[in-house]
Design a protein around this ligand. Structure first.
Ligand SMILES: Cc1cc2nc3c(=O)[nH]c(=O)nc-3n(C[C@H](O)[C@H](O)[C@H](O)COP(=O)(O)OP(=O)(O)OC[C@H]3O[C@@H](n4cnc5c(N)ncnc54)[C@H](O)[C@@H]3O)c2cc1C
Length: 578
């Protein structure tokens, strides 16, 4: 198979030769290194690759060129090859241009000239970006082929699960792909349940559960050890950060994740405000890196497993999973985040997964190509999704209940939305009904604060209307606030209102009294006779909480990561003293 291509573009022959040489030394074995000395020459190369099937993986482009600037070239190149990684080569004086380009063209990185030594300044950046690209570009025949009907909830579930676990697959729609029909004809079952997964060894799975897919592709679903130092529930940023710190400091650590590692952050098309990633990073990529890092330190990550109960058995904290399996830990971290609130409008439940999606459903980008799509919500997550889908869809309409985006969205995103021609924002508008038989076809939308109603054609609706914790599984064991968020620190054992409206006072010696919480029952207060709970500790000694699920937390990736790391410090203290 032909090698993927790295294209370098510079009008200065000396610089061009030097970049080409450095790239060839490190990447020449696996990539073809192509070069061009002007934007127009480079565009000719792209056109030729389009005709002959060349696959560019990365463009490394000088900004300052006479006829066509690097940015202008990247803008045109990304229309042809949206997945190729884009790096701008700039002089120090052009740094500002490079930074503004990040929003304009979504440049993946900018590098300053000179880049000596390349081992420090060039290769780490290029290698990271090529790794990212590789993940999204496994050759089709190496991956799984998924055959089914586009607009069915199970097809969406399977694609989403594979994508979020970074498993390469090719989607083949039975309606439009004759090869898909040919493959289906090979299956012995006359009417197999769809979608059906074809593996490279010739085996198939018909409409498998996520657990069955996980088992088939070798994701870990069963714990190896009888007892862990730390059990982490939830593999979002908080859980993964805790796992990395815990395992790197020698704790036997197991993470239990119901869906796929990454959590909400894993569904973000581009996180732009996480420290250390000046050009932003996709949530999927951040999750992939975190998982790699955690596994390198020996963390076990169980996917497709849901924690259903937490119990205290002497010094052991016992987690029961949905199938009754129990896991034992000396300490537990609850990092289960929050999940989307359901949109209350007619027709929603029946079309969820068939055109109506909660969250970004990033993998649906290609399926909405050249169509009209709608995004509900006015916060950053909705803004990111609108910018993401604008790369594929004909139009993206944001339906915002408030009067403007300014109160709920970061300015950088508002600027990006303003600068994207095919995004329109309808403020004071709401969805009233989703219409369609097998899939979403129309939406009934009210506008101007409900004064008029409109029926619009819609290929997809992506919903981002806030979230709530799903902590019912903690039952009476762990104290939560009225909204279900987990209480921590002294608040977790503080007095709370009792039915007559008064408050049960905190005893002078914590542990000498008993207080009820609004949700969940206090664990025997005698457990707190000798010390108070740590800052991220719940009312149950040895059970900690971090990230979005914690009452009073800041709902951000950075704070989730920070709390995950901090919780490990408390875990160490607890294990040492218990
Ligand atoms: C689309 C989108 C874009 C965003 N963009 C940004 C951004 O640009 N910048 C920013 O700072 N923040 C952003 N956020 C917010 C950020 O993603 C969250 O604050 C962060 O992910 C919280 O991390 P967490 O680990 O606490 O929880 P989560 O990310 O919610 O992870 C919790 C995990 O726990 C799992 N889980 C839940 N219950 C169970 C159970 N019973 N058993 C097993 N597993 C369970 C879930 O499946 C999930 O994977 C965005 C959020 C969304 C949805």
């Amino acid at each position: 198979m032909a090698k993927p291509i790295i294209l370098t573009l510079d009008d200065d022959p000396h610089v061009l030769r030097a970049v080409e040489r450095d790239l060839r030394v490190r990447y020449g074995k696996d990539y073809r290194i192509a070069r061009a000395d002007s934007g127009s020459a480079a565009l000719e190369l792209l056109a030729e690759w389009k005709r002959r099937g060349g696959v560019p993986a990365l463009f490394l482009v000088d900004q300052r060129m006479p006829q066509m600037t690097g940015l202008e070239f990247l803008e045109r190149a990304s229309a042809l090859y949206p997945d190729a990684r884009r790096v701008l080569l700039t002089a120090y004086a052009d740094t500002d241009a490079a930074i503004s380009a990040i929003n304009q063209v979504q440049v993946d990185h900018y590098l300053l000239k000179p880049w000596d030594p390349p081992e420090d300044k060039l290769y780490p950046v290029i290698s990271d970006l090529l790794d990212d690209w590789q993940v999204a570009h496994q050759p089709a025949f190496d991956g799984i082929r998924v055959v089914g009907h586009q607009w069915t909830p199970d097809s969406h579930r399977v694609k989403d699960f594979l994508a979020r676990n970074h498993v390469p697959y090719v989607w083949m729609d039975l309606l439009s792909n004759s090869e898909a029909q040919g493959l289906l004809a090979l299956v012995e079952d006359a009417a197999p349940a769809l979608p059906i997964l074809f593996f490279s060894d010739g085996t198939t799975l018909a409409n498998p559960s996520n657990r069955a897919i996980a088992d088939r592709i070798g994701l870990q679903t069963i714990a190896d050890q009888p007892l862990y130092d730390l059990l982490v529930v939830g593999a979002g940023p908080a859980g993964l950060a805790a796992a990395v710190y815990a395992a790197s400091e020698g704790l036997r650590t197991l993470v239990v994740e119901e869906e796929a590692p990454g959590g909400q952050a894993g569904t973000s098309s581009r996180i732009e405000n996480y420290l250390g990633f000046p050009t932003g990073i996709s949530g999927g990529e951040l999750a992939r890196r975190a998982v790699t890092q955690a596994r390198r330190f020996g963390v076990e990550i169980l996917t497709t497993r849901r924690a259903k109960r937490l119990q205290v058995d002497g010094p052991t904290r016992v987690l029961t999973l949905e199938d009754g399996t129990t896991l034992n830990g000396r300490a537990v971290l609850i990092a289960t985040g929050v999940s989307y609130r359901a949109l209350q409008a007619d027709g929603m439940p029946a079309l969820t997964g068939a055109g109506v999606y909660y969250g970004a459903a990033l993998g649906e980008g290609p399926s909405v190509r050249d169509q009209d799509v709608y995004v509900v919500g006015g916060a950053n997550s909705a803004g990111q999704a609108a910018v993401h889908f604008a790369r594929f869809a004909k139009t993206v309409t944001m339906l915002v209940r408030g009067a403007s985006l300014a109160t709920s969205m970061s300015q950088y995103l508002i600027d990006q939305i303003r600068g994207t021609a095919n995004i329109r924002v309808w403020t004071t508008s709401e969805v009233r009904q989703a219409v369609g038989t097998d899939r979403l076809t129309h939406l009934v939308v009210t506008r101007d604060g409900g004064q008029r109603s409109e029926t619009v054609e819609a290929a997809a609706l992506f919903i981002f209307i806030g979230a709530e914790p799903r902590t019912d599984w903690l039952g009476e064991v762990v104290a939560r606030d009225a909204h279900g968020f987990v209480l921590s620190g002294v608040e977790a054992i503080a007095p709370s209102p009792v039915p007559d409206g008064s408050a049960v006072p905190v005893p002078a010696t914590p542990g000498a009294g008993r207080a009820s919480t609004r949700m969940g029952r206090r664990i025997s207060s005698s457990m707190w006779a000798l010390r108070l709970p740590g800052m991220l500790e719940t009312n149950v000694p040895g059970v900690f909480v971090a990230g979005d699920v914690r009452a009073g937390s800041v709902k951000r990736v950075a704070s989730a990561v920070g709390e995950g790391a901090m919780a490990v410090m408390h875990v160490h203290q607890y294990l040492r003293d218990s």
